[in-house]
Design a protein. Structure first.
Length: 407
């Protein structure tokens, strides 16, 4: 009897100790409102949750309450969200992906399948194992709340930029919805680095360190480009025409951008200067013909090749009168818009633009080596071989043989 009483007291003591241990740390609630912890909690992302929630302002000005470093199940929705997340966060925390980013599915949007999307090349095997959080793609104009809920995330990273809809989605899901954006300057803009740093703030120290490292890398690359071309006098700069920009599937040789940011960063003179508005837009074929004699170098985005090919077959004189075409100074850059911007490819393209326009200043730059360096910085993997092997890469960066390329 005495032994039984001793055992009972011992078990009771152990239960009390266990209960005390459980009350010291409380996980985030299912509603997404994290509870205060008595001590910092180390997250799967490498950060610490701290002792209390904080309020962050996302990239469209919404104030959202979060518990930094605490999130274990993540869903990314909207054009570019998963790509941005993949740059600095742990893809193993993903609880679902949009169908457009799961290339193992037979039924899904396939308009980008032939173009390189480096985040898919790097982590597609992981994405293929995850359930659907929505169809995604250019035709998806709204988040699919039911599919997101089926993935049971405890945070959603979005690039749907309508604040009212984001607030409504957050209420419906019961978890934080954080909106990212990059802005018109893309990889070179403050909004891009701001989005990276916001992700770092949310997901803990490891992601924060990656965000700062990547932001510093882009800044360093931009500085190196400017330094190489700083000595070129304005009167000595070739006039360059960039074309094939715009939305995948709608672009051609008449789509251009007079304030093309890579040209500005690389000290390149744009032949197009007098359009009424900024941004990617179409010009009239008469406008291109009038500029033709002044175009020293022509750079074609690979996204436009599939649309230019039938036009050229119908009219082999399509580029007659364009000096760069007649002199063989036409270059192919990689398609950088595919379910929004491939930021690493936009940066690589900038180096290729500069190398094409100023070959003597960039003679030492090997595009394969550079591509691997930049994808390593963004995604932790050298991806040049895979990028250049994609059908719409046409073998990679190159000077176009104007006699044979569109045959």
């Amino acid at each position: 009897m005495k032994m039984r009483k001793g055992i009972a007291f011992l078990l009771a003591g152990l239960m009390m100790l266990s209960a005390c241990g459980q009350s010291a740390e409380t996980a985030p609630s299912s509603s997404g409102t994290a509870q205060t912890s008595a001590a910092p909690q180390t997250s799967a992302g490498g950060g610490e949750s701290g002792t209390a929630e904080i309020i962050v302002t996302d990239m469209i000005g919404r104030e959202v309450k979060i518990l930094p470093g605490s999130y274990k199940k993540v869903v990314c929705i909207g054009a570019g969200a998963l790509r941005m997340y993949s740059y600095v966060c742990d893809v193993n925390l993903l609880a679902g992906v949009e169908d457009i980013d799961n290339t193992s599915l037979a039924e899904r949007p396939k308009m980008f399948d032939s173009v390189a999307r480096p985040y898919i090349l790097a982590y597609g095997d992981i994405f293929a194992k995850l359930p659907s959080c929505g169809v995604g793609g250019p035709n998806a104009q709204a988040a699919e709340a039911e599919k997101i809920l089926s993935c049971a995330p405890d945070i959603v990273i979005s690039e749907y930029e309508d604040a009212d809809k984001e607030n409504a989605l957050q209420t419906q899901l019961g978890v934080p919805v954080i909106t990212l954006r990059s802005g018109s300057d893309g990889v070179f803009g403050d909004a891009f680095t701001g989005s990276l740093r916001l992700l770092g703030q949310i997901f803990g120290k490891e992601s924060a360190d990656k965000a700062e490292k990547l932001a510093a890398f882009v800044e360093d690359q931009t500085k190196k480009l400017a330094e190489r071309t700083a000595s070129v006098k304005e009167e000595d700069k070739p006039a360059v025409y960039i074309c094939g920009l715009g939305n995948w599937g709608t672009t051609n040789h008449l789509m251009t951008w007079q304030n093309y940011v890579p040209f500005q960063k690389a000290g390149i003179k744009n032949v197009v200067t007098d359009l009424e508005k900024n941004g990617v837009q179409a010009i009239e074929k008469e406008k291109l013909a009038a500029l033709g004699a002044n175009i020293d170098v022509m750079i074609l985005d690979a996204a436009a090749v599939k649309n230019i090919l039938p036009l050229y077959k119908e009219d082999p004189k399509l580029f007659d009168g364009i000096k760069a075409w007649e002199n063989g100074e036409v270059y192919l850059q990689m398609a950088y818009n595919a379910y929004y911007t491939n930021y690493e490819i936009a940066l690589i393209n900038t180096w290729f633009n500069a190398k094409s326009v100023y070959p003597e200043l960039f003679q030492d730059v090997d595009m394969t080596v550079l591509t691997n360096e930049i994808t390593q910085a963004f995604l932790g993997k050298p991806l040049a071989e895979q990028i250049f092997a994609c059908p719409s890469s046409f073998g990679g960066y190159q000077k176009i043989d104007t006699e044979t390329f569109f045959k």
